[in-house]
Write a protein that binds this ligand. Structure first.
Ligand code: ZN
Length: 264
């Protein structure tokens, strides 16, 4: 698609990561999607994550979207809507089609009074379980979006969550083009980390609107601590923040978000 670009979605897990992500967006004068995922409850609770998101979001010089990523339980997603996430994802992609539709529809109806809903069809698995992912079927995606009434849809075209053990994945661009041609709502790519910049750029050009990034940010932060010795912890935290910020800026360029016309 001519001039199509995507927005990055950055997961945050502490005050350092969220400040780094906002700093990158401010540097480029672009909006930012900040996300907390239910699976990160052990590191930071939803309440604490929302607190951080609202505090730093209000101070940010760019528009901030607070997104609840992969909510597996409808109760938690509804609470997230009530408590202030501006966008939520219900993930019932491990259920059968009809159950996924029913759960997602319920959340869509609940959230539409206040927010935006993302769902997933064609499970984007993790690398720990082989063959956990399967490509999203075009007809099923179309039927799902219509029946469940979602605003955006995460599709599976070959990426996985987490670290790739066997090199960069092979993305199914043919399927992506077919999905894009058949669907009206924005399409989301999960597991964007380390999927290869060229392929991610191509995915954005072919019609992906949002690319989720977590693992690469967490790894960049880790690697920053391993490259050199620090005299004091704050020096290390500063290096981690810089590494995360630099990578966020990198992904804005890869997805060509710079084409966004309404810069602040
Ligand atoms: Zn995901």
């Amino acid at each position: 698609m001519k001039d199509h670009y995507a927005f990055p979605h950055f997961n945050y897990w502490d005050s350092n990561s969220i400040r780094a992500e906002i700093a990158a967006a401010e540097e480029l004068k672009l909006p930012v999607i900040l996300a907390w995922a239910q699976k990160h409850s052990a590191e930071i609770s939803m309440e604490d994550a929302l607190g951080l998101g609202k505090f730093f979001g209000a101070k940010a010089k760019v528009p901030v979207i607070l997104h609840l990523d992969h909510g597996f339980t409808p109760e938690l997603v509804k609470k997230g809507v009530d408590d202030g996430f501006t966008s939520v994802m219900i993930d019932a992609s491990d259920k059968d089609f009809d159950t996924n539709v029913a759960i997602t529809k319920d959340i869509a109806e609940y959230a539409h009074a206040r927010g935006v809903v993302e769902a997933e069809i064609g499970h984007v698995g993790t690398n720990s379980t082989k063959d956990d992912s399967k490509y999203t079927e075009v007809d099923a995606a179309k039927e799902f979006a219509e029946k469940a009434g979602v605003d955006s849809l995460a599709v599976s075209i070959g990426t996985s969550h987490g670290i790739y053990q066997t090199g960069t994945p092979k993305l199914n661009f043919k399927r992506l083009s077919e999905l894009r041609a058949a669907m009206k709502i924005p399409l989301v790519l999960h597991g964007g980390s380390s999927s290869g910049d060229q392929d991610l750029q191509k995915a954005a050009e072919l019609g992906i609107t949002k690319v989720n990034i977590y693992t690469d940010l967490a790894m960049a932060s880790l690697h920053a601590t391993q490259k050199q010795k620090f005299a004091m912890e704050p020096d290390m935290a500063a290096a981690q923040k810089k590494a995360i910020k630099d990578l966020c800026e990198h992904y804005y360029h890869v997805f060509e978000t710079d084409k966004y016309q309404y810069r602040v």
